[in-house]
Design a protein around this ligand. Structure first.
Ligand code: SF4
Length: 191
C-alpha cells in the first residue's frame, strides 16, 4: 500500500471510529436555537478563524466588522501590551447575529463549531456540550458527516494555532493599543 493510500485509510478509519461513538451517544438537532444564544454571559461564543470569516463574507455579502468582533478575553502582557487571540461571531441581545426564526442565515457557510455542535474532539476523545438533541437516534450517514466535520475542524484549528504561534514568535505586539492576534497577523481594534 502506498503512503498516501495508507494515510487515506487511516483517516477513514478515524472518521469511522468517531462516527461509531457519535452513533452510540445519539443526536438529532431539535432546532431549539439554544446553542446559537448565550445561556449566561459569554457562553456559547462562536470563535471563528480569518478563513471562516472570509468564507462567510463571500457567502453572505456581510463585512468583516458585521460578522466578527474580537474575542472578549483580554490578555495583558507587561504594563503596555493588551491583546486578545482571535475573533468570535457578533451577538445581538445574546443571540448570534445570524440566528433568525427559520434558523441560521448562513447555514451553508456556518463555522466549524456550529457544524459539529454539540460534539468536540479533545485529543482522540469525543466530548459533548449540553444539548436537548443528544440521545436521539442518528443514521450512520449523518454520524459519518459529523465525524468528518469534527476531523476537518481539528485539522483547521491545529493549522490556525500554528499560524498564531508563528505570529507571536515573529511579530512585535505594539504598545499602548488593544490588538487582535490571529493567524494572519496583529490587528489594531477595530479592524
Ligand atoms: S452561525 Fe448559525 S449555527 Fe452558528 S451560532 Fe450563528 S445562527 Fe447558530
Amino acid at each position: 500500500m502506498r503512503i498516501c493510500d495508507k494515510r487515506l485509510q487511516q483517516s477513514m478509519n478515524e472518521i469511522k471510529r468517531i462516527a461509531g461513538i457519535i452513533q452510540s451517544i445519539g443526536f438529532e438537532c431539535t432546532r431549539c436555537g439554544t446553542c446559537c444564544s448565550a445561556v449566561e454571559p459569554d457562553s456559547n461564543l462562536v470563535m471563528v478563524t480569518p478563513a471562516e470569516i472570509r468564507e462567510i463574507m463571500e457567502g453572505s455579502g456581510f463585512s468583516w466588522q458585521e460578522i466578527a468582533k474580537p474575542y472578549p478575553e483580554k490578555i495583558s502582557h507587561g504594563a503596555d501590551h493588551t491583546y486578545t487571540l482571535g475573533w468570535c461571531i457578533h451577538r445581538i441581545d445574546g443571540n448570534c447575529v445570524f440566528l433568525e426564526n427559520s434558523g441560521c442565515r448562513i447555514y451553508q457557510n456556518r463555522p466549524w463549531i456550529c457544524r459539529t455542535y454539540p460534539f468536540v474532539l479533545d485529543g482522540d476523545i469525543v466530548r459533548t456540550y449540553p444539548c436537548p438533541g443528544l440521545g436521539r437516534e442518528i443514521s450512520h450517514k449523518d454520524a459519518m458527516a459529523i465525524a468528518k466535520n469534527l476531523r476537518d475542524r481539528k485539522v483547521a484549528e491545529e493549522t490556525d494555532e500554528a499560524k498564531i504561534r508563528a505570529v507571536l514568535q515573529n511579530e512585535k505586539i505594539p504598545p499602548g493599543i488593544f490588538v487582535v492576534i490571529d493567524g494572519e497577523g496583529i490587528h489594531p481594534v477595530p479592524r
